[in-house]
Design a protein around this ligand. Structure first.
Ligand code: 3PG
Length: 209
């Protein structure tokens, strides 16, 4: 559902990409991000506790919680069952695209080339993750896709920082950016939620597309 996805990505210029190890700190981090102005949380399914963390974060007032790194139908089904409000994948396989067709929750599938974007467009997608943004060619590369593919909008993710975000957010085909920089591992280790809130506040203040 493109309208639902557009409403979610319009909530903030940055979607934090999160790797959570336990529900208790996940909720603390999620709260700090929401306080800082980043309500859309992408919880990646890369840790054993990810689904429990997703469930726990659903209780955070003001948060919109989605699942990232959704690779197959089992992960898609599990994330939807836990209440994920959106799904993100690093790429799009035919099986995943097929599974997403029956999903009640919108999928933001990953692409890195014009051909992949065209394949997804054939399946009705107009919103995609551009991944891995920096290694794949950065803002210059993504900008070059905008004239042949003007109907598509991207959320670039991968290697983006507060400093690199503005050049993406200035592009006509970018709707927001994703990144893990707002939750540094050392801040999590130190349980420094105030620092995460500050990083979120800086990210939330970036000019929106
Ligand atoms: C992702 O899953 O989108 C990336 O791992 C996030 O990239 P980053 O850690 O470089 O921000």
């Amino acid at each position: 559902d493109i309208d639902r996805l557009d409403a979610i990505v319009a909530m903030a210029p940055v979607i934090p990409v999160l790797l959570f190890d336990d529900p208790e700190s996940a909720v603390e981090i999620g709260r700090a991000l929401v306080r800082g102005g980043l309500p859309v949380l992408e919880i990646t399914l890369r840790t054993p506790a990810a689904l429990d963390c997703l469930t726990a974060c659903k209780a955070i007032e003001g948060a919109v919680v989605g699942a990232g790194t959704v690779l197959d139908i089992d992960q898609l089904t599990a994330a939807v069952a836990c209440g994920a409000e959106f799904l993100v994948s690093p790429g799009a396989s035919p099986k995943l695209i097929h599974a997403a067709e029956g999903s009640p929750v919108p999928l933001l599938p990953g692409v890195a080339t014009a051909g992949e974007a065209m394949t997804l467009a054939e399946h009705g997608y107009r919103r995609m993750k551009f991944f891995p943004a920096e290694p794949a060619g950065g803002a210059e590369y993504l900008k070059a896709l905008s004239s042949p593919l003007p109907h598509l909008r991207f959320c670039p993710t991968g290697g983006i920082t507060l400093e690199k975000a503005p050049k993406y957010l200035a592009l006509p085909n970018v709707m927001c950016v994703g990144g893990s920089w707002v939750v540094p591992a050392d801040a999590v280790k130190a349980r420094d939620w105030a620092r995460i809130e500050t990083l979120a506040r800086e990210a939330a203040a970036l000019a929106r597309p």
